[in-house]
Write a new protein. Sequence first.
Length: 235
Amino acid sequence: MLGQTAVLALALLPFSLGQVSSDFESGWDQAAWPTYALDCSQGGKVSLDSTTAHSGKNSIKVEGGGGYCGHIFFGTTKVPTGDVYVRTYLKASKALTDSHVSFITMPDSAQGAKKHLRIGGQSKILMYNREMDDATLPDLSPQGIATSKALPTGSWQCFEYHLGADGSIETWLGNSTVAGVTVKKGTTNPNAGQWTRSSIVPKITAVYFGWESYGGDTNTFWYDDIVVSKTRVGC
């Protein structure tokens, strides 16, 4: 487990090694971690919460509303060039359903203006979504669904992913690789047909944590011990 001391140490690393991190023990710095809600915002809320945390006493609570305009996120624009690793501890109050939702969204200049690379759920599993062409990773076939995982609820989960400079994607839940949401050289993912039909390499400009629902689903998520880095952090 990466404790509070290690998280604080990461924040002091050179720009090339430790981009940005926070355990929110000094509060929520809204200049460093601003909210984000593209186009509209109706019903979502972000707040500092001292009733639950992965480490210390504080976390960030996101209460997401139903429908697209119920979305709300917070995050950072301090994203390294090249390889990007993002590690967060998160806790969800409700299980992912069959409906499409996102709990991480990243503006992606490779897709064009106002387009995002999104991480969330559909068919009750963890999945990625490329907004430009609505491609999913994995394919949402019975075979593809079986290669991803459900997101546990009511407890802190370590979620980490890697966006490679070569277009690769790696995803870990509790330090274990999630095969269905992994695409990289030397690894075969037969359930990534939609994703690999495009040669686009993500070029994200920010990482935002929160909730966005494309149906009526609502949820509450908590986030803590976030690190955005050029190298893997781990749990």
